[in-house]
Write a new protein. Sequence first.
Length: 142
Amino acid sequence: MTDIIARRHFRDKAAEQSIEAVHNQLDELWNDASFVPELDRLTFTTAVIEAATNVVLHAVPDSPAPVELGVDIWIKAQSLRAQISAFGAADPELDADAAGMPGPDAESGRGLALIRALVSTVTFARQDGTNIWILSRDATPA
């Protein structure tokens, strides 16, 4: 079965209150997808919130207009997926595949490593002035 069972969408200025709004969207999503195991819910939620928080805290505008945060989340029978977008953000010029956990004394840089540990796949693309992160978590076998 590949049909989308539940879906949520958020888009607004990349600001602190946006994180709470995304969290509320996720809470509503789980009401529509109660079959998703608690461990999958927790890890996926943590990854999505971490990615959205990274946009809010670290995205640099590519113009005088503020960066906007977009989060699209959809649930299928066998997978959880999210697209986190930083609209109007400058290119971060990073290698998403090379990100690892920083040393114990590092004060930052753990976000992408944490996200990668929580989901099955993480991809990054830049398209039309937008930084796009795709997070995917395969369903835990019953």
